[in-house]
Design a protein around this ligand. Sequence first.
Ligand code: XBP
Ligand code: MG
Length: 270
Amino acid sequence: MYSRRKLTIMPTLQALIFDVDGTLADTERDGHRPAFNHAFKEAGLDWVWSVQLYGELLAVTGGKERIRHYVDRYCPNFERPADFDAFVAGLHQAKTHYYTSLLANGEIPMRPGAVRLLHEARADGLRLAIATTTTPANVEALLRYSLHADSLDWFEVIAAGDMVPAKKPAADIYQYALRELGLPASACLALEDSRNGILSSTAADLDTVVAVNDYTRGHDFSAALLVVDHWGEPEMPFHVLRGEAHGAPFLDIGLLRRIHADAQRRRQQA
Ligand code: XBP
Ligand code: MG
C-alpha cells in the first residue's frame, strides 16, 4: 500500500512590491518635512514641523491627512477657512511642488542597496511594483531623478496616494497592486520601512521584509520575515535586527528567494 503524500506546489517568487518613502529613499526628514514647512511659510502660516514633531505626525499617512491631523491636534484656535478641504489641498499641492523640486535637484538619494537590488531583480526576471501612500507625482520624480530617467518603465504597477479609498495601514494599496499584477500574495514579497507599511502589506497577506530608518527603528516589526538597518552593499554590509539572513552581508535576490521559499514552506506546514 503506498501513502498518498499530498503533493503541494510551492509558489515561486515572481514579484517584488516596494514601498517608497523610507524604503527606496530616506525621504521624510530632509525631503517631505522641509517641503511641508516651505508650503506653510509661503501660505503665511507660522506652522513649523520640527524633526521630532514630524516623527509623531508620521503616525498619520498621507500629506493631506497629516495636515488635517496637525490642525486638529495642535491648532485648536486655528480659524479654518470656509472650504477647509480646498485649503488643505492647496497647501499639499504647494508642498508637492517643493518636494519634487528637491528631488529634481538631486537632494534625496536612494537608500543603500536599493538601486543594486532593483537592477538585480530585473536581471533575474522578477516583476516590480510600487505600493505607496505618497502621490504619483512624487513617485515619478523620485524614480526619474534619484534612480534612472527610464525607471518608471521598470515598474509594471505604480500604486500610489489617492488611487485607493483608504491609505496605509489599510491593505487597499497593496491589494490594488496585486490585482494589477494579477498575482496572488504568495508569489510576491513586500519591502517596507514602517509600522503602517507592514500593517498594510500583511493585511494584504504579503510576506514582508523591512529596512528601518531613524523614524521607524523602534516600531513593532514582529510580523516581518527580516528586519535590517538598510538593504546593504558589498562594501557596506547591513545589520540584521530581526529574522534570519543566513550569513548574507546584504539583501540580494538569492536571499529574497530563500526567505520567500522558507516562509511558503512554513505556511504549508502550518
Ligand atoms: C509615506 C507617507 C506619505 C509621505 C508624504 O508614504 O505616509 O504621506 O509621508 O507624501 P509611503 P505625501 O511610506 O507609503 O511611501 O505628502 O505625498 O502624502
Ligand atoms: Mg514608507
